[in-house]
Design a protein around this ligand. Sequence first.
Ligand code: PYC
Length: 321
Amino acid sequence: MEQTEFTTVDTHTGGEPTRIVLDGIEADTLAGATVEERRDRFAATSDDIRKLLMQEPRGHADMFGAVPVPTDRADLGVFFMDTDGYLDMCGHGLIGVVTALIEQGELPETPELTVETPAGLVDVTAEITDGVVRRVAFENVDSYVCETVTVEQDGDPVAARIVYSGNYFAVVDADTIGVTLDCEDATQCIGPALELRRAVNDVAPKDPLTGSSVTVSAVELTARDDRSCVVFADGSVDRSPCGTGTCARLTLHHVDGDLATGERVEVTGPVGSTFEGYITDTSVNDGVTVTKPVVSGTAHITGEHTFYRTDDDTLGSFTLT
Ligand code: PYC
């Protein structure tokens, strides 16, 4: 019997998992000049490993993962994956990766580092005491509002604000698609959010800076009391307030004149965990207000795993739909 092994350290950031792959991926399947190229090569050659570690029976419908990779542009390179594919940037994942790698001695105990993600370079600050990472803040890539798209849902018009913050989000008021965020059951958000994402992507929203059509990867449902619920992938619900989603929300509030530069906001996710964030800087590019959001949160290591893939295990990986 032939057996392949994959070693991971797993974390949760405000309840949202990140399975960080430390060993088992062949170096040549991660080749590339940038982290984006490394991610794309992995996706083209080794997507079965993503499915093995994210989907059942080793993962679950809401599993999330990260792969640290070498880079000469930053202190660390990392790309992100979920049960359905890959994201360019992930805030909760980044907080989890930095926490785990510092606590496990894979990264120096340095409070400031730069991380290369497929979306670009991100500055990270870690608060460390006694070898324990207490909090991680990241200054995200440039974020901006793209446009407002109005789609029809259940016969009613719904306005979705399209925002880029490392990923493209459709941000909508939860009330407008008939869900409440003060409810125990966050799974009620999944169906309406996926329907909205389909409708928004049918309209093919445009990025004002590149002029190209974009694909929205996540829907952020918001409520006025700073609660958020982000639905992404094939219906995964982010248990945390979502790092890039919080950046999208801060950018919208700033552009709408409701949040001054430097003003801090606490956003609460579906299990009650919080991220804090603010806009540190703004500029104008081609008439578009571009922000630099900073978001911070806390992660914990939940365990270490060695996963096996044996050639007599023919069931494969799957998601129940
Ligand atoms: O924290 O940025 C985030 C994120 C994106 C998708 C899931 N979490």
